[in-house]
Design a protein around this ligand. Structure first.
Ligand code: P6P
Length: 331
């Protein structure tokens, strides 16, 4: 497909035509997520000018200070989708409970999960941050979504993606047929196809761990990181931004492994299964990579709660599968 001249809407319609029974519901959802991300991008890019930096005097369900842009982004994602008539509920990392569709709007057969602005602690130091999203078909009867609709393994995702607000704003998504990236041209307000059929290198040369946690890791994790440095057939470099979407996006394009493992004080790690790990695991597998919690594929894990955390090791298949071997005592 022609790069630059293919905008997201055209791409979505041409993808939709490949599925004769497609209703277009899903296309509409992705278009609206793209719309919300343009609004968020505008605010992120002027955050330094307009006084929307700093804390919103509120905290999210995890007791983390909510930055004003967190709150703003969450509101934009919800308002962009709630009226569509395509969803029966939404789940947001910033909301304690599932977000119902107001009675005044028609309901649909999908649920969308999202982290509206991940890495928000980096907002006021101008480091790339991102929105992460996933789309599931509802599994419960009736048109009011229930928690059960969200407690699905990532294997059930029908689409997932992220938007990175960095040197440019890019939307990367997959609906199962490869992974494609669209770069926002702010002069026309369009996401233009820039990265068709993204494939992650089978082996990488980047590892992304927060090594300040080294002493809290289990001996197996410590040995894995040490061996990457000293016993590999290649020279690795460490790259860790502390913004999941930015670390993930770089490794997706260049190859490498990102890990936020559990540790002795927090076996489940920090990242959320539903809003962060599962959507990115869907993307990385569609791009030829892998994502595990150390032992299990992330996409095979059925959440027990909508804010469940999980260790996340994600990226090039070689480095992720090697990690799994270390955890199983096979390497
Ligand atoms: P740490 C940002 O706060 C975030 O949720 C992810 O975007 C990022 O990967 C991780 O936390 C960084 O955590 O403990 O290394 O600062």
């Amino acid at each position: 497909m022609q790069k630059g001249l293919t905008n997201l809407n055209r791409y979505l319609l041409e993808e939709q035509r490949k599925y004769p029974h497609a209703t277009g519901d899903f296309t509409t959802i992705i278009e609206q997520i793209a719309f919300a991300s343009k609004i968020i991008s505008r605010e992120v890019n002027k955050a330094g000018i307009v006084n929307i930096l700093g804390k919103a005097q509120s905290v999210n369900v995890h007791g983390e200070d909510q930055q004003k842009l967190d709150v703003y982004s969450n509101e934009k994602m919800i308002s962009a989708m709630e009226h569509l008539g395509k969803l029966c509920a939404m789940g947001s990392e910033e909301c304690e409970d599932i977000v119902p569709i107001p009675d005044r709007y028609p309901k649909g057969k999908y649920v969308v999960v999202f982290d509206p602005l991940d890495g928000s602690s980096n907002i006021d130091v101008n480091i790339s941050i991102g929105t992460i999203f996933g789309v599931y078909r509802a599994v419960t009867e009736g048109n009011k979504g229930t928690v059960e609709d969200f407690l699905q393994p990532g294997r059930n995702l029908v689409a997932a993606g992220y938007v990175i607000y960095g040197s440019s704003t890019m939307l990367v998504y997959s609906a199962g047929n490869g992974v494609s990236g669209f770069t926002l041209d702010p002069s026309v307000g369009e996401f233009l196809l820039s990265h068709e059929n993204i494939r992650i290198p089978e082996k990488g040369k980047i590892y992304s761990f927060n090594e300040a946690n080294f002493e809290k890791w289990t001996p197996e994790i410590q040995r894995y990181v040490r061996d990457l440095r000293t016993k590999s057939d290649r020279t690795y470099t460490g790259r860790y931004i502390g913004s999941l979407v930015a670390d993930f996006h770089r490794n997706l394009l260049k190859g490498g492994v990102f890990a936020y493992p559990g540790d002795t004080s927090n076996p489940k790690g920090k990242l959320r299964l539903l809003y962060e790990a599962a959507p990115l695991a869907y993307i990385v597998e569609k791009a030829g990579g892998a994502a595990i919690d150390g032992i299990n594929d992330i996409l095979d894990i059925k959440p027990e709660g909508i804010h469940q955390r999980t260790p996340l090791i994600i990226g090039s298949k070689h480095e992720v599968e090697l990690y799994r071997k270390y955890m199983k005592g096979e390497a």
